[in-house]
Design a protein around this ligand. Structure first.
Ligand SMILES: [Zn+2]
Length: 108
């Protein structure tokens, strides 16, 4: 009886429901019905991998391309302008952060 209870508990613990089709599978890595991964660690790995792939395949925006082209431009002047614009944008970001902080202080 004890043994049966343990088996029942054990079989419950290793049953996995497929997230794609809802089929209950036993201790398997892939769904027997639709072949999707159902092992939690496997699902995590695949999700992580697809996230990396999406990041890698993400098309660069026009602004990104412009910044990249300016940054590595073969004219020194363009690179200097990039540095100046970059510095100014940093200063503005700092000023913006300062004003946000000021507003927070006033309202708080
Ligand atoms: Zn399935």
């Amino acid at each position: 009886m004890q043994c049966f209870a343990w088996l029942f508990l054990h079989s419950k613990m290793i049953e996995r429901k497929c997230l794609s089709c809802g089929t209950w599978n036993n201790d398997e890595d892939y769904c027997k019905n639709c072949n999707n991964p159902i092992k939690p660690s496997l699902i995590r790995d695949i999700a992580y991998q697809s996230q990396i792939d999406a990041e890698k395949n993400k098309p660069k925006s026009k602004f990104d391309l412009f910044v990249l082209a300016t940054k590595n431009h073969h004219y020194l002047l363009v690179r200097i302008i990039y540095k100046i614009v970059y510095s100014i944008s940093m200063v503005f970001a700092a000023i913006g952060a300062f004003f946000a902080w000021m507003l927070a202080m006033v309202n708080g």
